[in-house]
Design a protein. Structure first.
Ligand code: SF4
Length: 367
């Protein structure tokens, strides 16, 4: 590992590169705290091109954090539908409510960490970009850039690695440049220092970087191999009645708050048809007749590979259960664009769709 990395020189070349090459993004042009908070939550694990239309729509509908805090959860989930990783929407909403109750978004990393659903990275990003506090904000991009620059060969996600990363990020920042340093580090990781094929020739740190002199710079960071997603057999039942379809809204948990044609895992030893009858009976208090199998939908989550057998069903309008588990509302719905549908639910509906205009998909999503 080389030792001639002067933080002042690294900061200067990083900022020079950032000002020459940064992408113009709406939250960078007007980095108000609410804009930064919204963009940070939306951009986690999601491509910027996917985020942009959602960001614009959210700000048009909820121009301030107070407006957003006052929105009903169902509207929030519906507006987020298609963006994936729905826990972020609930975290954003919970954090906005707390911030609004405190009179606005807090200005320091320490106070931001007190908001529900806001972790060290997001708190550091908001504090530095919106308020200029010289604090560290280490996400996957920054982790990649800094471990490569310094040739850090240990796992950076262990406690010692996190402390090391925080210290390296902190020595690069300072008063007056905190927001730019945070964004420049992220930008470098998102563009030149990509996970598989870093463009070291286009990087402001190529002369200082230990990984650039390695045979394979992409071998850093040294992360443990990812576990393969677990194959999860599931079943979904779609009941159409003219131009409406039977949908149920999920309770908190996976896809919580979103609407779907009921869709659940198949238990071991159970047939898909029996699983469907069980789900409708136990969770929705409905009897069903299972019709033809329409096909299979595949949907990949971070830890699960969902394989969903899709059936047509006829729902009997029997009773509603005294305490349905897993779902909080149910009923027949027409146009779905105002309902929050998960990307999985959209795929299931498309598979059984004979009237495409009713089921226009939302924007591309990651989940
Ligand atoms: S020189 Fe290459 S490996 Fe090093 S930080 Fe720049 S892009 Fe990443």
């Amino acid at each position: 590992m080389t030792t001639t990395k002067l933080p002042e020189a690294l900061q200067a070349s990083l900022l020079q590169w950032y000002h020459a090459h940064r992408r113009k993004l709406p939250w960078r042009e007007d980095p108000q705290p609410w804009h930064v908070m919204l963009s940070e939550l939306m951009c986690q694990q999601t491509r910027i091109a996917t985020v942009l239309p959602y960001y614009d729509r959210f700000l048009e509908r909820w121009p301030t954090v107070q407006d957003f805090a006052a929105a009903p959860e169902e509207q929030v989930m519906s507006a987020w539908a298609g963006l994936g990783y729905y826990r972020r929407a609930r975290n954003l909403h919970a954090a906005a409510k707390e911030a609004a109750a405190r009179g606005g978004i807090p200005s320091t990393k320490a106070e931001l960490l007190e908001l529900p659903g806001i972790g060290p990275y997001t708190a550091g990003a908001i504090a530095s970009i919106a308020f200029g506090e010289p604090v560290a904000a280490v996400d996957g991009n920054v982790e990649r850039v800094l471990t490569r620059l310094h040739g850090y060969a240990d796992n950076p996600r262990r406690a010692a690695g996190k402390r090391w990363l925080e210290a390296r990020a902190l020595e690069l920042t300072g008063p007056g440049v905190a927001g730019d340093v945070t964004q420049a580090l992220m930008e470098l990781g998102a563009t030149a220092c990509s996970p598989r094929n870093p463009s070291c020739g286009a990087c402001p740190w190529s002369e200082h970087c230990d990984a650039a002199r390695m045979e394979d710079p992409s071998s850093l960071p040294a992360l443990p191999a990812r576990r393969k997603p677990v194959l999860t057999p599931m079943v979904a039942g779609v009941c159409r009645d003219d131009d409406v379809v039977f949908l149920a809204r999920r309770a908190p948990g996976l896809f919580g708050g979103l609407w779907e044609p009921p869709c659940e895992p198949v238990s071991q030893g159970e047939s898909p048809e029996d699983a469907l009858r069980r789900v409708f009976r136990e969770r929705l208090g409905r009897r069903i007749e299972v019709g033809r199998r329409v096909g299979e939908v595949r949907h990949q989550l971070t830890h699960r590979d969902l394989r969903v057998q899709v059936f047509e069903v006829t729902v009997q309008p029997t009773r509603r259960p005294p305490s349905a588990e897993g779902y909080v509302e149910q009923g027949y719905h027409g146009a779905t664009k105002d309902l929050g549908l998960s990307r999985l639910a959209e795929k299931v509906l498309h598979l059984t769709d004979e009237a495409p205009p009713l089921w226009v998909a939302a924007a591309p999503a990651t989940t």
